[in-house]
Design a protein around this ligand. Structure first.
Ligand SMILES: O=C(O)c1ccc[n+]([C@@H]2O[C@H](COP(=O)([O-])O)[C@@H](O)[C@H]2O)c1
Ligand SMILES: Cc1cc2nc[nH]c2cc1C
Length: 352
């Protein structure tokens, strides 16, 4: 708890003065004001986060948190639980979508076992920080104890702080966990007014009948657990997952160290909701990479006050949206460094 508490206490709003100075610099570059659209917002936000009017090009690290879900016993996913450890092995051998996209983005990929329901081998890319062999079935009671939820958040903080010490200046969050759209829907519906049907999607691809069943299971979980709305650890412990907690930890540590963090899809956004309930200033440090196909994602992002950059009809998770967004962040930073100003280039400025 101490590590979490200390991290929460270190989070402060980003530097809006530096953000403004960066926007003023961008307004003097050889283009009509505002014409680079979202790219300008990205650059100015990174400036506000880092406190540098001209932020340096960062070292990028994508953290992929893996964990299993007891609620899978209710038949809420199109895939069996064994796929979680099988995919972790795939990440370790470099063959998953996220491996390809992280390589493409020039990002380091760190895989964390924070709660996979199987033993995994030693591997240089794998951080073994298992808090439990998966969560308990949230349709029957709390998914985790409070202690487990906090331990998983703190695992995320530890991983992120280690990466920052190693020079990381931009994070992406991602996850792997069969059943985790059920947990994420429960968290999102809980915070967005309780409409499970509106927030619930097909995850890995359940059919209509299983979708109706998944909605009932989530409604049952909300009734059985009745989390305390003002206690985000209670919400996380009762409805969440170990990888969701781990990602929340990465986000909190990034914010505490003034490092920007790209949020991936629906599950990452559920983690972002928990982090934001623990300290609302954390959203200043988040950038939403893409809009997932999961129907609850838009509502979660709206509650977070984040606008996604990309709409690619993706619903994979793993951090794939963040890997796609990394080159956009780099492009935004390069605009700030490399574009000529009106004065430099001798181009006439329009009406002020
Ligand atoms: O990131 C997303 O928006 C996303 C949307 C749907 C599914 N997923 C991935 O699919 C898995 C969860 O799906 P499910 O059906 O088992 O709940 C998990 O490993 C996620 O990474 C991810
Ligand atoms: C194959 C597979 C890969 C995934 N990656 C993230 N979630 C996943 C779910 C499945 C089923």
């Amino acid at each position: 708890m101490e590590k979490l508490q200390q991290t929460l206490e270190r989070i402060a709003p980003f530097d809006s003065e530096v953000q403004k100075q960066c926007q003023e610099h961008i307004d003097n570059l050889t283009k009509p004001p505002g014409s680079l659209g979202v790219l300008e917002h990205i650059a100015a936000k990174i400036a506000g986060i880092t406190g540098e009017v001209k932020p340096v090009l960062p070292k990028k690290t994508c953290v992929l948190m893996a964990g299993d879900h007891g609620v899978v016993a209710e038949g809420v996913s199109a895939f069996p639980q064994e796929v979680t450890p099988q995919m972790v092995l795939n990440f370790l051998s470099g063959g998953a979508a996220m491996n390809v996209l992280a390589r493409h983005a020039g990002a380091e990929l760190v895989v964390v076992d924070v709660g996979v329901a199987a033993d995994l081998p030693d591997h240089p890319v794998l951080r073994k920080m298992k808090v439990a062999y998966g969560t308990a079935n949230m349709a029957k009671g709390p998914a985790m104890t409070r202690q487990q939820a906090i331990a998983a958040i703190e695992a995320g903080i530890t991983v992120a702080e280690g990466a920052i010490t190693g020079g990381t200046g931009l994070f992406g969050t991602g996850e792997m966990g069969i059943g985790n759209t059920t947990a994420s829907t429960a968290i999102t519906a809980f915070y967005c007014g309780g409409n499970v049907k509106a927030a619930c999607g097909r995850g890995t691809g359940v059919d209509d009948e299983r979708l109706r069943h998944k909605i009932r299971v989530i409604e049952t979980a909300l009734e059985v657990n009745r989390p305390e709305p003002d206690d985000a650890i209670d919400v996380l412990a009762k409805l969440g997952g170990l990888e969701i907690a781990g990602m929340a930890g990465v986000m909190l540590a990034a914010a505490a160290n003034r490092v920007p963090v790209l949020v991936d899809g629906f599950i990452s956004s559920a983690a972002a909701l928990i982090a934001a309930k623990l300290n609302p200033d954390v959203t200043d440090y988040m950038l939403a990479s893409h809009l997932s196909e999961e129907p609850g994602h838009a509502a979660a992002l709206q509650l977070l006050g984040l606008k996604p950059f990309l709409q690619m009809n993706m619903r994979l998770g793993e951090g794939t949206g963040t890997a796609l967004a990394i080159p956009m962040v780099e492009a935004a930073i390069k605009i700030v460094h490399e574009m000529a100003s009106f004065a430099d280039a001798g181009v006439s400025k329009g009406e002020e």
